[in-house]
Design a protein around this ligand. Sequence first.
Ligand code: IMP
Ligand code: MG
Length: 192
Amino acid sequence: MSSENPGGKIPMTGRAPADDVGDILVTQEQIRARVEELGAQITKDYEGEKPLFVGVLRGAFLFMADLVRAVDLPLEIDFMAVSSYGNQTATSGVVRILKDLDEDLEGRHVVVVEDIIDSGLTLSYLRRNLENRAAASVEVCTLLVREGRQRVDEDLRYVGFELPPDFVVGYGLDAAGKYRNLPYIARFIGEG
Ligand code: IMP
Ligand code: MG
């Protein structure tokens, strides 16, 4: 254990802990600052409302937890779990709901909280699904967008960071279930 990082085995900057995790693309500090900005923007935009934040499991769990603490509104939260890839490695556009919402969406202002938009197919399915439940509005807040990959033209109201094509892990995002607990976003260089 190094003296610069007492009590922690995960480095906050510089080299990542495992061989298959590459350089850090978004640091913990950059995430923290951007989440504050997004929270302030949402607070302003939804003034007087009680929005329902819908976190998309599992990738958005950390972002959701930090984001709601940056929003100063009487909000409520719920979660959905979806699987977009099945047993393939690329998006199929076929989305399965693994865990549905507990809340009734009728008349609610919904903010969908996502980890990353790649092709956009998962989000496109989700948005249609939520709008069909008579929500008053459905907007999206995603931590990450992969540049130039969207196959559907989605209106992304709140975006944290745009990323190059590389697969990334950390801050909720996984590769085969691992690395969700890294406090930063890093390039994944191992075998997907
Ligand atoms: P889409 O339907 O192609 O937009 O896929 C979006 C979903 O794929 C995200 O919600 C993630 O769960 C997953 N995903 C896409 N890219 C990455 C990545 O670089 N790291 C981890 N998960 C990813
Ligand atoms: Mg996801």
